[in-house]
Write a protein that binds this ligand. Structure first.
Ligand code: BV8
Ligand code: ZN
Length: 280
């Protein structure tokens, strides 16, 4: 990938000392993890993710909601970081004051080499009691009746783009009961209508307020308050560079819009910033 936009974004990244990388579901799309607003697969295509991701949906049908999250968690377990995740890790390695802020509930940044991203929307891997909030153990990956895991078809070396969503035993699944109080265990994510974890939100606002470049990757910028993070940086004068195959509401505030998939654009951006480094 070449072009004046990439060259300009590379200059901005090379000059940065405190960049923020702000990511959404498109970051993991090339790892085979469906984006939030993509069509869902299998049984789940009948449901609107935004309607399943609420406290009211869990109260109304815990098995439906828990089963959906278990399907997603198992899909993420089989997915691998893609070259975009590794490029973000290369930026953080080159610029130690980089802060990675993610809306994603997968663990692909961590596995891609960013040990502690700021997680605005929680994690698929941190279930807790819906009543007393006691952390709960992760269920074993396959129920005893489900048979062996499916082979992982060839994506080990570079992160495949195959979908990781459907499995034979996907479907509603009763959540485990809390070991302390017996209430249903819930996913450790932030649902619509719930407050974001205040420490994460504070850390994100502070990083965006003090950054000298904000790189926004793979987000539709529709979900608030997360979508305000790039706006905070722009308002305080930091250039914003966006990586997304399609326009978003952030286009207007961006110094550079790089139209393309994160797994291709981010490694190219790292090469443009530091042509002599053997990263990306
Ligand atoms: C709250 C976890 C208050 C669960 C998620 C202001 C205005 C309007 C509405 C609101 C507002 N403020 C608050 C609201 C309400 C609401 C909201 O934003 N509603 C909108 C949608 C109308 N917000 C909330 O309810 C939030 N809470 O405000 O609390 C409060 C305060 C005190 C006390 C009590 C309450 C909580 C929101 C959290 C929702 N949880 N996730 C789960 O995952 O199941 S949101 C969900 O959307 C995702 O998981 C993700 O985290 C988030 C953002 O989505 P994206 O990551 O952007 O994904 P999306 O699919 O949309 O887009 C993908 C993009 O990738 C696309 O642009 C695509 O082009 C691009 N792409 C595709 N392929 C690639 C790519 N890019 C690069 N490379 C590729 N290969
Ligand atoms: Zn409990």
């Amino acid at each position: 990938m070449t072009g004046p936009e990439l060259a300009e974004a590379g200059r901005l990244l090379a000059a940065a000392r405190r960049p923020v990388v702000f990511t959404g579901a498109g970051m993991s799309a090339e790892s085979g993890v469906p984006t939030f607003r993509d069509a869902q697969t299998g049984l789940w295509q009948r449901y609107d993710p935004q309607e399943l991701a609420t406290p009211a949906a869990f109260r109304a049908d815990p098995a439906l909601v828990w089963g959906w999250y278990e399907t997603r968690r198992r899909g993420v377990r089989r997915a691998l970081p893609n070259p975009g995740h590794r490029a973000v890790a290369a930026i953080a390695a080159r610029l130690p004051d980089t802060v990675v802020i993610t809306q994603n509930v997968d663990d692909l940044h961590e596995r891609g080499g960013v040990p502690a991203p700021v997680r605005l929307h929680g994690s698929l891997f941190a279930p807790r009691c819906s009543a007393c909030a006691r952390p709960a153990p992760l269920p074993s990956d396959l129920p005893p009746s489900a048979g062996p895991p499916e082979p992982h078809d060839g994506a080990e070396s570079h992160g495949g783009a195959e979908s990781h969503a459907p499995e034979a035993h996907d479907g509603p699944l009763d959540p485990p009961a809390c070991a302390d109080c017996g209430a249903p265990v819930r996913p450790g994510v932030v649902w619509f209508g719930e407050a974001l974890p205040s420490a994460a939100l504070d850390a994100a606002v502070e990083a965006a307020s003090g950054c000298d470049l904000l790189l926004t990757v793979g987000t539709s910028a529709l979900v608030h308050p997360a979508a305000e993070i790039p706006l905070v940086a722009a308002r305080l004068g930091a250039p914003v560079v966006q990586v997304n195959p399609v326009p978003t509401p952030l286009d207007a505030i961006c110094a550079v819009n790089l139209r393309g998939p994160a797994g291709e654009v981010l490694p190219a951006l790292v090469r443009a910033a530091w042509p002599d480094d053997a990263v990306g």
